[in-house]
Write a protein that binds this ligand. Structure first.
Ligand SMILES: Cc1ncc(COP(=O)(O)O)c(C=O)c1O
Length: 424
């Protein structure tokens, strides 16, 4: 089982057999509130009939066609739809099947771009400590979560990690900290140490998700953009969690008003119903890569058997239609204040050592109980017993409610956290 205490699970399984709206159901029929939108991927609520219908119809019409040298109209329709949501100029879309594959795709795109531009020496990637960019070798190499990396050898060469932006002094800061933009100067230090001509890209999650919601200090992402521009380095935002409304805006790039050159996305794109990832790149990256190859030849030697799969594309189109029809970006934005106000009240619990929140994301740190992760795992199990599913990373509880939740649902989720954590 992925990222699971296998032996403990098999002794005491937590099985889910159905779901609807903001609830999951155990085989007994007991409802569990979905406090993390699955793994941040079910903002529109579970088992949406619109998606089921679109998938079923597509399966009966065109189940599959190869994406190599052939395609189908749904893939292009979905690309246009995504491009209408991404920041201006980021309108070239490439499909993958997960967040991890989207990251690999983005990294390869950055290398291919510089090579096509006549700067093949740009091969280093700058990333950040505590980052999570998925589990494949590229993403693992640029990632910064030690347990994810330590079992797998030396990983890719040429990766430089900047410092992360979290400090104890910033505990319980609401929203973006005022101090800390200067940490982006670590990119400048990499330039000074290795030379800009060796650096292809810098990749960051605009809000670090999997490690427990680290919000960028004010001006930090702007400063990264500035340094990247000055030195010809591509800026990649990994928006696998933050994409599609989690910040109250379509993308974190909008929320923080910084336009990257490449952006990854996945998760909410199909409302969790089907595996899909995508990468949005600027027109100039697309043009540079394609025009470097002779006419009639393959320009980007990369792709997956299931890139832009017709059935998955249908699920994604249905999802993005739900976003529009139900005004989910606005609903998410309206839920931010009640959510954050409720979460902030957990600060009075003696076991809570920090809370960080932005949009509909909150990380609640619990005091370590002798061994790293022990209290977090105890919290996950006790919360589930109490009827709430959350994501727990080490000793941090992450809340990320579905956008279709009401303020009263969010209050109930936080109440469960309060009563469970006070008993831990
Ligand atoms: C920022 C980020 N990038 C990449 C990934 C990997 O996505 P997947 O698990 O779909 O491969 C995740 C997953 O949580 C993520 O949060």
């Amino acid at each position: 089982m992925p990222f699971t205490a296998n032996r403990a699970f098999k002794e005491s399984p937590r099985l889910i057999t159905s779901a609807a709206g903001i609830h999951l159901f155990e085989p007994s029929g007991r409802p569990i509130l979905d406090g993390s939108s699955g793994l941040f991927c079910v903002p529109a609520g579970h088992c949406r009939p619109e998606i089921a219908t679109a998938v079923s119809e597509q399966l009966q019409k065109l189940d599959y066609t190869t994406p190599f040298q052939f395609s189908h109209p749904g893939g292009f329709e979905l690309s246009r739809k995504i491009a209408s949501l991404t920041p201006a100029g980021l309108d070239r879309i490439f499909f993958a099947n997960s967040g991890s594959e989207s990251v690999e795709t983005a990294l390869k795109m950055a290398l291919a771009y510089h090579r096509a531009k006549g700067e093949p020496s740009r091969q280093r990637i700058v990333s950040r400590e505590l980052a999570y960019h998925g589990v494949n070798f590229g993403g693992l190499s640029v990632g910064g979560m030690v347990k994810n990396r330590q079992g797998y050898g030396t990983l890719l060469p040429g990766v430089v990690h900047m410092r992360h932006t979290q400090t104890v002094q910033r505990s319980f800061t609401q929203g973006q900290a005022e101090e800390g933009a200067d940490l982006a100067d670590d990119l400048l230090r990499a330039v000074q140490l290795y030379g800009a001509e060796s650096i292809a890209a810098v990749i960051v999650e605009p809000i670090v998700g999997s490690v427990g919601i680290l919000v960028p200090p004010q001006g930090y992402l702007q400063r990264l953009r500035e340094i990247a521009d000055q030195h010809g380095i591509l800026l990649i935002f990994d928006e696998v969690i933050t994409g599609f409304g989690r910040t109250g805006c379509p993308f974190a790039a909008d929320a923080f008003d910084v336009r990257p050159d490449v952006m990854t996305m996945a998760k909410a794109l199909t409302n969790g119903s089907m595996p899909m990832g995508a990468v949005a790149a600027s027109t100039s990256i697309y043009d540079t890569i394609t025009s470097a190859a002779p006419e009639g030849t393959i320009e980007f030697f990369h792709g997956y058997t299931y890139s832009g799969h017709p059935v998955v594309a249908a699920a994604a189109l249905a999802t993005l239609n739900i976003f529009e029809k139900d005004g989910l970006y606005d609903r998410a934005a309206a839920l931010v204040a009640p959510f954050q106000d409720a979460v902030a009240e957990l600060a009075s619990l003696p076991l809570v050592t920090d809370i960080r929140a932005y949009g509909l994301l909150a990380g609640i740190d619990l005091a370590i109980d002798g061994q790293f992760g022990r209290r977090g795992f105890a919290a996950l199990k006790a919360l589930f017993e109490a009827g709430l599913m959350v994501r727990v990373t080490n000793d941090t509880i992450i809340l990320a409610p579905p956008f279709v939740a009401e303020a009263s649902d969010v209050a109930q989720m936080v109440d469960i956290v309060r009563s469970v954590v006070s008993r831990l």
